[in-house]
Ligand binder design. Structure first.
Ligand code: PGA
Length: 261
């Protein structure tokens, strides 16, 4: 695992966007795994800018999002399809038919989940998966005790996740209690993972995921099992990390990061 600590959240988002753009420039038909949430908004704003100024081309890119609320369709402002369209897909030159999220309106959950796994495999697997982390340590909506071998399925959200996300719903109680999510195993199957964590509120969970024991109580800790992970944090989110000095030293001295200095 490589850990990169940026001065502030804007720089962390910019670095994340640059890594995604470079991956697309190296492989124009990249299969990109995407995440939603407040942390990712500045990343998508950067990618829109880069696309507008000709620095990255999404023409041949395929995307798969981590998750979607059960019961919410694409026109619902709280659906992740709506979030992705409005923050990214409608503003870049991606082909809409190449963008995928689980169908929140599917009635047969198992069939929808299996179909999503099939589509990911059929696309050749995910080349680069972008991840955030929830206050309860989840990646996607893999709530505590999700198996590290899990595949796409429906999960019941924890009260902590409910509290974190119900502020976006009007009324807050209308937030669904179920969501489709890629499994931890699905995420670990991707070829590369880039996780972005920003803000003081995430300092504790960031430390548990990066430096804590491997445990399904913090599904974010599963990234320790993956051979190609970069975690990008701002100073606030990195404030509790024990090995901070080493991460900074490694970032400065590893030639592979020179293009990002
Ligand atoms: P956030 O969500 O970016 O809104 O904090 C992250 C997550 O819950 O995975």
């Amino acid at each position: 695992m490589e850990v990169i600590i940026c001065e502030n959240s804007k720089k962390a988002a910019r670095l994340t966007a640059k890594m995604i753009a470079n991956a697309i420039n190296e492989k124009p038909n990249l299969v990109l795994g995407l995440a939603t949430g407040a942390t990712m908004e500045p990343v998508y704003a950067e990618l829109v800018q880069m696309n507008c100024s000709g620095k990255v081309d999404f023409k041949d890119v395929t995307t798969f999002n981590l998750d979607e609320y059960v019961g919410l369709g694409p026109n619902n402002k709280n659906s992740y399809r709506y979030y992705m369209d409005s923050n990214l897909f409608d503003k870049i030159n991606i082909k809409k038919e190449n963008t995928h999220l689980p169908n929140g309106l599917a009635l047969d959950y198992n069939e929808e989940a299996d179909k999503y796994e099939f589509m990911i495999n059929n696309a050749g697997g995910i080349d680069l998966q972008l991840l955030g982390i929830g206050n309860d340590g989840h990646i996607g909506f893999n709530e505590p005790m999700s198996s590290f071998a899990s595949k796409t399925r429906v999960k019941v959200l924890t009260p902590e996740t409910y509290e974190q996300n119900c502020i976006y719903f009007n009324p807050p109680e209308s937030m669904p209690k179920l969501a489709f999510t890629m499994g931890v195993g699905t995420i670990l199957n991707s070829k590369q993972i880039v996780m972005l964590i920003t803000g003081k509120k995430k300092a504790n969970i960031a430390t548990q995921a990066i430096e804590g024991p491997l445990t399904s109580m913090v599904t974010g800790s599963a990234i320790q099992l993956h051979q190609n992970v970069t975690v990008i944090l701002d100073e606030d989110a990195a404030s509790n990390l024990k090995m901070k000095d080493y991460y900074n030293f490694a970032f400065k001295n590893n030639p592979k990061w020179q293009r990002y200095q």
